[in-house]
Design a protein around this ligand. Structure first.
Ligand SMILES: Cc1cc2nc3c(=O)[nH]c(=O)nc-3n(C[C@H](O)[C@H](O)[C@H](O)COP(=O)(O)O)c2cc1C
Length: 182
């Protein structure tokens, strides 16, 4: 199966998840195109892929700016060529997993939900079936933010995503691939 795996990551946490997705899918002999999004004007045709993984860190409750811009321009492009039409009819065999890494210092998962819902909307508009919404804990890595990783709503999240988190991601990828290949 042709898989697209793209992500935005400013401090490396989401990249770890994206690489875990890539490794798990490649280990099962799938072909994976992995792209780090750093600008909003990347030329990608998501419709060429039956299965897409899209992820981002959460920043002020939303995905990274470049990913927001990318989705805005893809919404416009696919609307113009009528791949997005009223009522968003479902597309056969088109699946997406949307995920984020987040720190949740103030309100926990609630501050990550808007980011995941935002990213999923492009694909829902296109008629993809959303087969997963994953919330992976990611510690705060910017200078001076140690206390955010210790005293927030999720407790001590230093070192996350850790080996167990990434292993859990890899296991979920296997499940998704079984589900979408059949
Ligand atoms: C500038 C900044 C803003 C952030 N805002 C939020 C936020 O609103 N909610 C949240 O849950 N986590 C927030 N975080 C934590 C990040 O989502 C978390 O560290 C994530 O794993 C970063 O992903 P990345 O390393 O791929 O960039 C923020 C982190 C930074 C650096």
């Amino acid at each position: 199966m042709k898989i697209l795996n793209y992500y935005f990551s400013s401090t490396g946490n989401t990249e770890k998840v994206a690489l875990s997705i890539r490794n798990a899918a490649e280990a099962l002999s799938h072909s994976v195109t992995t792209l780090q999004i750093t600008r909003g004007d990347v030329d990608i045709d998501v419709l060429k892929y039956r299965l897409v993984f899209v992820g981002s860190g959460v920043y002020s409750q939303l995905p990274g700016q470049a990913l927001i811009e990318l989705h805005r321009s893809l919404l416009l492009k696919y609307s113009t060529v009528k791949e997005i039409i009223y009522a968003s009819p479902r597309r056969q065999s088109a699946y997406v997993v949307v995920y984020c890494t987040y720190g949740g210092v103030h309100t926990g998962i609630n501050e990550a939900i808007p980011a995941v819902k935002y990213m999923g909307q492009l694909f829902d508009h296109l008629g993809y079936t959303i087969v997963g919404e994953w919330y992976v804990v990611g510690d705060y890595k910017t200078e001076g933010s140690l206390l955010r990783s210790i005293r927030g709503r999720l407790g001590d999240i230093r070192g996350r995503p850790n080996k167990a988190d990434l292993q859990a991601v890899a296991e979920r990828v296997k499940g998704i691939l079984t589900s979408c290949s059949s």
